[in-house]
Design a protein around this ligand. Sequence first.
Ligand code: NAD
Ligand code: DAU
Length: 339
Amino acid sequence: MKKVLVTGGAGFIGNCFCKLLLKERDSMVINVDLLTYAANPSTIADELKNPRYVFYKEDIRNRAGIFKIFEIERPDVVVNFAAESHVDRSILDPESFLTTNILGTQVLMDACRQYGVERFHQVGTDEVYGDLPLDRPDLFFTETTPLHTSSPYSTSKASADLLTLAYYRTYGLPVTISRCSNNYGPYQFPEKLIPLMISKAMNDEPLPVYGKGLNVRDWLYVEDHCRGILAVLEKGKVGEVYNLGGHNEKANIDIVKIILKELNKPESLITYVVDRHGHDLRYAIDPAKAMRDLGWAPTTMFKDGIVLTIDWYKRNTPWLDECVASNKAWLKKNYTDRK
Ligand code: NAD
Ligand code: DAU
């Protein structure tokens, strides 16, 4: 992989992927990111000093701008992380989810067709499979589980996956898709469960748990996800979908209690709030195909990853404070005015 164009490389997972490429491969990395609210510009400060890294502030929906970047850079591989990624925001305001996540993906694939690439990789999510019941721990999402979405976010991601597979079948574009479970780790914007709860607990503020806190998510350390994507690029088969996850299911309330314990804060900070509309009950990935065909397996146990994550947020309060300050309007909209 000589030149890898990464979209959304200033976000949580995309930045981790760029760091991994720069550290463990000799590729040129081209990051195309609009720097929305979800991207703190200081996230990419270190990468900008690297001579193998180029940054373009661009919207993946802007066809002329994206084609111009392809004309200049001629990437060999494109990995699309760019997305609106927060389910709650998609419930309150779906529009940008549909335009960025679906039409932005189309623009990128059209550019790939025009200029020719070895691979277009779409970073997908397990949310496209809908949810599983809480009382059937024997059920898991496999790559053949029917798509059955709940939120505008998951629907936009499922649409992008279908479009990606359509570009493979109709135009022969060499695509792959990975569908990953919930990520956690450094640099995650403090609107998602784990960094939001760390941030609230560190400031002795109430921790808002939706419903009864019994919904289950399947957590994977962000670097394990990125290594899974690398494995798909290097060993995966064109036209295929690969599920990535580490069999690490936990109820939200248990996650919140682990964070409070680790930060030595009281459980009295837990506050139950009105549930998320259409709240998916349980996600659980079966990663057997990626393990068998790619030789991929997660390496960070949750008990270690959560300590690394909390420690990172404690050591990076300026980064966290910048995000919280820029996110005040959202916190009011989603929590203070919650109904
Ligand atoms: P994020 O919100 O942290 O980052 C998204 C990045 O995309 C930001 O840097 C943002 O500026 C950029 N972006 C948004 N709209 C853009 C546009 N129109 N043009 C260019 N850039 C734009 O998201 P994340 O958590 O890093 O997720 C990355 C990808 O992984 C997404 O596609 C998401 O659906 C998928 N995913 C996330 C998780 C998770 O747990 N976070 C799990 C599975 C899959
Ligand atoms: O499964 C992969 C998906 O995981 C990704 O595709 C999404 O981009 C990512 O945001 C994530 O979606 P979730 O909705 O599962 O993540 P979130 O962190 O928003 O919520 C996790 C769980 O915690 C969910 O059951 C809702 C609950 N929750 C969340 C927030 C923000 C709360 O109880 N309180 C909160 O304040």
